[in-house]
Ligand binder design. Sequence first.
Ligand SMILES: C[S@@+](CC[C@H](N)C(=O)[O-])C[C@H]1O[C@@H](n2cnc3c(N)ncnc32)[C@H](O)[C@@H]1O
Length: 197
Amino acid sequence: MQKELSDWWEEQHKNNVRLWLSGYSKEQVVDFLELEEHLKVTDDMLNVGVGTGLCTREFFLFGINIDVLDICDEAIRKVSDVITTGYLKAEELPTNVYDLVVSHLVAQHISDEELLLQIICFLRALKPNGIIAMQFVDCEGAPRDYSVEAQRKGGVLRSKKEVENIISKTNGKILKWIGPKRFSHTPTIWYGVYIGK
Ligand SMILES: C[S@@+](CC[C@H](N)C(=O)[O-])C[C@H]1O[C@@H](n2cnc3c(N)ncnc32)[C@H](O)[C@@H]1O
């Protein structure tokens, strides 16, 4: 399944398909995940899911040392001039190095198993007071779908309870919830969570 997904993402990145790559700015990511104060104490950051690369570039220009994790090579290549290291697998992340791990518009593209593995690896990669700031999405009454198609199209929905259940399988602590936030153009409900050691 991971190979099927990484091949699909490789194609979206090569063809620059904005519908799936998003391309949110640093300002939009900071605003949604309420990161303003955290940026003041962030030297080293991991950005999960490169998309168009816009926010990675802007975090770099802001003066942060930045690594990225993405499922495909093409995404990492796109930002190779501004990152220190790009990782394709969460298991390969270093230990005790990040003040902040940001996952924005990624959780809805990955299975519960992959999300659990990522959170475990991110916790290991955090400095003692570091935080993981992760966005996720739900939609009232919508059925759960973990198929390859749902992962490609960002249709893996989760409630706070479901995310809490995944985090409870790690040794991480929930530090803060963000949301629910609703937007007029979509019935989806958006959340964020901070996880620490
Ligand atoms: C919708 S884009 C989000 C881009 C950016 N974070 C933003 O907010 O604009 C999703 C990104 O996550 C990457 N991605 C998909 N599955 C992933 C996984 N299992 N691990 C890490 N990155 C993944 C895709 O290649 C793509 O770059």
